[in-house]
Design a protein around this ligand. Sequence first.
Ligand SMILES: *[C@@H]1O[C@H](CO)[C@@H](O)[C@H](O)[C@H]1NC(C)=O
Length: 249
Amino acid sequence: MRKRDRPTEHSDGENVSSSSRMQRKTTVCQEKKRLASKFWFWVKSGAFALCAIFIMMPILEELPEIIRQRVYYHRIRAPFVFDLSHPAELALNHTINMYLEPEEGISLGIWHTVPDDKWKEAQGKDSAWYHRSLKDGSPVIIYLHGRTQTRAAKHRIGVVNVLSSIGCHVLSVDYRGFGDSTGKPTEEVLTKDAVWLHRWAKEHSGGSRVLIWGHSLGSGVATNTAVRLMEQGVLVDAVILESYFSCFD
Ligand SMILES: *[C@@H]1O[C@H](CO)[C@@H](O)[C@H](O)[C@H]1NC(C)=O
C-alpha cells in the first residue's frame, strides 16, 4: 500500500506544483489583462472627457449669458407689436419716450409719465415741456420693473397709470439689455444705472421728492440702489417694494 501510495503522493506533489505554476501563470496573465483593461479604461475615459470638453466648450463660453438669461429674461420682449417710442399708442397719452445715457455708449429707454390731471395739457407737447413739468413739485417715482418683457408690459402700464392718477411723475425705465435699452444686465450695472437715474431725477425735478418703486427683480435693484445711495450720503425719500423676493431659487 505504501509503495503504491508514495508514487501517487509523488505524482500528486508534481501535480500540485505544476498546477500552482499554471495558477501563477494564469494570475500573471490575469494581472496583465487587468492592467491592460485599466489602461484602456483610462484612455477611453480621457478620450471621452476630451470629447465632452470639446462639445461643452461653446456651452461653457455661453454660460454667463445663459445664467443672465435665467435671471433677467431680458430677451423676452413681448409685446413685440408695439413701438416703445410711441407710448401714446399703449394708452399712455400723457407720456413721452426718451433715452438717457448713464455712461458713454449705453442708452436706456425711459418713459416719463406726468400726473394724470395734466393729461389734456400734455397732448402734442414735446420733450422740453415734459422736462420742465418735472419741476412742478409733484413727487417723482422711478419705476424699476420685474425680470421679463419691457416697460410696455400691460401690468406695468397699469402701475404707471395708478401712480400717475395719484399725482406722481413716473420714470419707467428698461434696464440694460431690456426693450430698446443697450448693454447687458448684471446686478452691478443695474444698480449703477438706478443710482445714476436717481441723481438725474433729483437734479431735474428741482428738489421734488424722488421715490424708488421696485417690483419683483426690481425690488432687488431698488434696495441695492438705496443702500448704494446711503453709502454716498444720499438718503432716498422712499423705497417701495412690490412682491419683493428674499432669495432666488
Ligand atoms: C388719456 O389718459 C388719461 C389718463 O390715463 C385718461 O383719463 C384719458 O381718458 C385718456 N384720454 C384719451 C383720449 O384716451
